[in-house]
Design a protein around this ligand. Structure first.
Ligand code: KIV
Ligand code: NA
Length: 259
């Protein structure tokens, strides 16, 4: 059963919310089968799937393509679609782009930063919004932890509060000190979803490629539950060897079907 924004708010303080990213249909299908209640089609797709150095290269068309694929694989799961860099520069532009993501299959949209005018405008037009503060990959100069100084910590806490006040139903906290994430989680009445933000958030999100061990770099705060790149290497090697030695395809078991 697909959860709506209010269901996630009710989960705050009651049970932790697991969230995974997904970018394609079969992975989304498995995540839905595992009953993970929310999938993020993040603009991380640009880095972990498309080979760009930055999420800034991701376009609204890329997001529509991936959201469509994920929706076809996970018809009964809440899908959050990221508004990519430059698509939320003002309220009207953000609304047009958010509507495109919703039409592509998203249930809500996520945007980076305490952009309160944009968040308000989307919410007024019935588009559920997820906020995102702490490390903001679209505009950050590097991927280091933020919020270590007391000024920066106060600014992030205020941003999280402003995101809630503007009408967001959930907020992602990325790569901040665990104590700050705990403080924000206590202060807000909407759920906080952490990535590199410690155990005191209301939920946790991982980039699926990091969780799968798919790729050649994984952030230190992520966890590899498998090493899929090793499996791909093994399969490619074995296939190549078997074609070379004519072991595959077998000449013993002949295919006799009609399709
Ligand atoms: O794009 C993404 O995958 C994200 C998560 C890292 C929160 O924004
Ligand atoms: Na993102």
């Amino acid at each position: 059963m697909k959860l709506n924004p209010q269901d996630f708010v009710v989960m705050k303080g009651a049970r932790p919310i697991p969230m995974l990213t997904a970018y394609n249909c079969p992975v989304a299908r498995s995540i839905e089968e595992a009953e993970v209640p929310v999938i993020l089609v993040g603009d991380t797709v640009g880095m972990v799937e498309m080979g760009f150095d930055s999420t800034r290269d991701v376009t609204i068309e890329h997001m529509e393509y991936h959201i469509g694929a994920v929706r076809r694989g996970a018809k009964e799961t809440h899908i959050i679609g990221d508004l990519p860099y430059g698509t939320d520069v003002d309220p009207e532009t953000a609304l047009t782009n958010a509507q495109r993501l919703i039409r592509a299959g998203a249930d809500s949209v996520k945007l980076e930063g305490a952009n309160v005018q944009v968040i308000r405008h989307l919410v007024e037009h019935n588009i559920p919004v997820v906020g995102h503060t702490g490390l903001l990959p679209q505009t950050a100069k590097n991927f280091k932890q933020v919020g270590r100084s007391s000024e920066e910590a106060t600014r992030i806490l205020n941003d999280a509060q402003a995101i809630e006040d503007a009408g967001a139903f959930m907020v992602v906290l990325e790569h901040i000190p665990y104590s700050l994430a705990g403080e924000i989680t206590k202060a807000l009445s909407i759920p906080t979803i952490g990535i590199g933000a410690g155990p005191d958030c209301d939920g946790q999100v991982l980039v699926i490629n990091d969780a799968l061990g798919l790729g050649d770099y994984w952030p230190p705060f992520s966890k590899q539950y498998a090493y899929v790149s090793k499996t791909v290497l093994k399969v490619a090697n074995e296939f190549s060897r078997e074609v070379g030695s004519r072991k595959f395809p077998s000449n013993i078991i002949q295919f006799t079907g009609t399709n």
